[in-house]
Design a protein around this ligand. Structure first.
Ligand code: BGC
Length: 739
């Protein structure tokens, strides 16, 4: 039937156009402004058709308006690749053979590139894949702030700093949407843990909300122009974020002017009235297996909060109450139509492409840009191919597929190069000896520590691939990590290997920091993330020196969990304390560390992290000099230009992320010692110098004044710091802000 209507509308459009265009309905006429088309389409719809648009018809689709030829909305996870097709009403795969995708690196790796041009090529490539698969909405990217290293979903987000996440998310969004596919910026907001994710009720100061948790979302909405946003599962101020008045009505639409679609997280809706009143447009996933508390049953989709219950509610009303509620429904339909006109009804959008060599190359480039060299004593790395005849590769993660697992971001890939395969590709089969070393399966027996020691002693170098693995509680949706340390006895394996062979490098595959009790003993350490399709090649290229690492940590590597602000208080700060309401158990959680998240906390208390925010080494060295400000005083609303010279003083080409932090020397309110306000990644040949230029304005100086509900700048002396990490600050200068 749907197909019939589509054909009828297409045919009538054809005749109307060929007869002079006068009969083309406005909503089908793409020469008309989108708002006119929205109003025209809306005016033709029945209440039933409108309400049908507001909720799912299958796991990942909603119906559009078949009678008018307005297509279905098809969503797909996100955010690292296009998820396999699933059955109509099941999470299980549909068994298609044409949906083997390219896996791109996890968003932590993208953030670690500190290179917005990487976000741009990422967005374009994944957008092309989504478009080719005919998706209307890509469910991502995610920009929830890395508040604790235990959060099971940090790997899907962009780190602990709102400025970095904001800069990195914008090109991703723009480039996806240029393919005619909407991004769905998620999970809005305060979704900073998986533990009790449906029931945690966050209490946070307005200052921390505006300074830390909202800016990356705001950048995605205001600068990126995302066409949809996903409400999160948790509660804020006692109201679920999928229908939270403050977040969706006041802030998202009111303060930021968002005109796209608010989509619920799957199973995140729990109240018809709130959903109607508080800014939700499109309900997905209610009453499905596992994601919501009510079990399925027949016609589950008709029973969605925004389906028959909403229709009945409106039908039961009269007069002004009915009018007001119908107006709310109309607004929701407008938001959805607008998204459809921008995407699937944009006849000029490109066709996309899927699982191509070009996309694999993009994926590898991003991976190579994001891998972080954490430590490299005695120049253990790179292991140049002609300097070794045997390398011992150890660790389950060297041979484990990481595109699978982790929850909704799990992918069915065309291929995935494992680390051990990448090592074989680079060094040759016969020069790689592989031992598993440890196992995530407690029943599996692996080599003893003595056997590992013996093998390590016989090889020229050892590379250990460990970390987490996207199983439950190991960087996986639906649960947090239960320990900061490495699982499966990896610490003992690492100690044994380095004891037997001092030329040992450890590669951590993870989306989170981990405890490193062996950090002083191991000379070379790499953060290798989840890298997608080309993982093994990218890692081996860095290990062998074919690629010079240039990634920087997008979060703090705490020495111990208690060094993280979220873990410096009691349970009310993490993971929340249960309180019974009439309907359900809620876990109240107060963000007591307030604005002091990540480096802002360790800097405030002078805590030594294992590796600081922004840290990352190279196979070359960089010298900073000649920091200059174009003025020593700056009016509050003026501009300040900062320049600094950076020179590659080593012997190979390399990339450096020049980071600029600003601190307010004296302030009447408590402020972070310094905060990231600008950065730039430059690639230099040996001996080459570049002058990096930054322009600062009041956004680099301000704090959020909750009482005034506005940003403030206090006149006085500020310091600008420029350096290679938040703790490796090479140059600084002061300037005075005049009121
Ligand atoms: C996740 C979302 C995801 C959705 C659809 C939810 O469980 O939280 O991030 O997009 O499922 O798979």
């Amino acid at each position: 039937m749907k197909r019939f209507y589509l054909i009828v509308s297409a045919v009538s459009l054809f005749f109307a156009v060929s007869c002079g265009g006068s009969d083309v309905p406005v909503y089908l006429d793409d020469s008309k402004p989108i708002e006119d088309r929205v109003e025209d389409a809306l005016s033709r719809m029945t209440l039933e058709e409108k309400i049908a648009m507001l909720h799912a018809q299958s796991k990942f689709s909603s119906p559009g308006v078949p009678r008018l030829g307005i297509p279905e909305v098809w969503c797909s996870d996100g955010p690292h690749g296009i998820r396999e097709e699933v059955l109509w009403d099941e999470w299980g795969g549909a068994g298609w053979t044409n949906d083997y995708c390219t896996a791109f690196p996890a968003l932590t790796c993208l953030a670690a590139s500190w290179d917005p041009s990487m976000s741009a090529i990422y967005g374009k490539a994944i957008g092309e894949e989504a478009r080719y698969r005919n998706k209307t909405v890509l469910l991502g990217p995610g920009v929830n702030i890395y508040r604790t290293p235990l959060n099971g979903r940090n790997f899907e987000y962009m780190g602990e700093d709102p400025y970095l996440a904001g800069r990195m998310v914008v090109p991703y969004i723009r480039n996806v949407q240029e393919q005619g596919v909407a991004t769905c910026l998620k999970h809005f907001a305060l979704n900073n843990q998986e533990y009790h994710r449906h029931d945690v009720n966050v209490e946070v100061s307005d200052r921390a909300l505006y300074e830390i948790y909202l800016p990356a979302f705001k950048a995605g909405v205001v600068e990126g122009g995302t066409w949809s946003v996903m409400g999160s599962y948790n509660l804020y101020g006692g109201e679920h974020c999928c229908h939270n008045k403050r977040l969706l009505v006041d802030i998202l639409r009111g303060e930021w002017g968002f005109d796209g679609t608010v989509i619920s997280d799957w199973g995140g809706v729990s109240d018809t009235r709130q959903a109607l009143d508080n800014g939700l447009d499109l309900e997905f996933g209610t009453w499905t297996d596992g994601l919501a508390r009510n079990s399925g049953g027949s016609d589950a989709y008709n029973n969605y909060y925004m389906a028959n219950p909403l229709l009945e509610l409106i039908r039961s009303e009269e007069g002004d109450a009915a009018k007001a509620d119908i107006a709310k429904v109309d607004d929701k339909v407008r938001n959805i139509l607008r998204m459809i006109f921008r995407t699937s009804m944009d006849r000029t959008r490109p066709y996309g492409s899927f699982a191509t060599q070009e996309h694999a190359d993009v994926s590898r480039r991003i991976a190579e840009n994001g891998i972080v060299l954490l430590k490299n004593d005695n120049a253990v790395l790179p292991i140049l191919p002609d300097s070794v005849s045997k390398i011992l590769v150890v660790g389950e993660n060297a041979a484990r597929r990481m595109t699978i697992g982790g929850g909704s971001s799990s992918l069915k890939v065309k291929y995935e190069v494992l680390p051990v395969e990448g090592m074989r590709n680079v060094y040759g089969e016969d020069r790689i000896v592989f031992m598993k070393g440890y196992s995530s399966d407690s029943d599996e027996k692996v080599e003893s520590l003595d056997e590992l020691r013996a093998a390590a002693a016989e090889c020229d170098a050892v590379v250990f691939f460990g970390g987490l693995n996207k199983r439950g509680h190991q960087d996986c949706e639906g649960g947090d990590r239960q320990e900061y340390g490495l699982p499966y006895g990896q610490d003992a394996v690492i100690e044994a290997l380095v004891e037997a062979n001092p030329r040992t490098a450890v590669v951590i595959i993870s989306g989170n920091a981990v405890a490193m009790p062996w950090v002083d003993d191991v000379p070379a350490i790499v953060e290798g993330w989840y890298l997608g399709t080309e993982a093994g090649n990218a890692l081996a290229n860095v290990i062998s020196g074919a690629v010079n690492p240039s990634g920087k940590l997008p979060f703090t590597y705490y020495a111990k969990l208690e060094d993280c602000g979220a873990h410096a208080f009691d349970e009310a700060c993490y993971p929340g304390v249960a309180s019974e309401t009439d309907e359900r158990k809620i876990y109240d959680e107060r963000y007591s560390e307030d604005i002091f998240v990540g480096y802002r906390w360790v800097d405030l208390y002078n805590i030594e992290p294992t590796f600081p925010f922004g840290h990352g080494l190279s196979y070359t060295t960089f010298e900073y000099s000649n920091l200059q400000l174009d003025r020593t005083t700056m009016p509050v609303d003026g501009k300040l230009t900062v320049t600094v010279d950076i020179r590659n003083t080593g012997s190979v080409r390399g990339g450096e992320v020049v980071q600029l932090y600003v601190g307010d020397n004296e302030s009447t309110v408590e402020r972070p010692v310094r905060e990231l306000k600008a950065f730039d990644k430059v690639f230099l040949d040996p001996g080459e110098t570049a002058t990096v230029r930054f322009e600062l304005d009041r956004t680099a100086l301000q704090y959020f004044d909750a009482a005034k509900h506005d940003w403030q700048v206090e006149p006085g002396v500020f310091t600008v710091y420029v350096g290679s990490s938040s703790r490796d600050l090479r140059e600084k200068a002061e300037f005075t802000v005049e009121g």
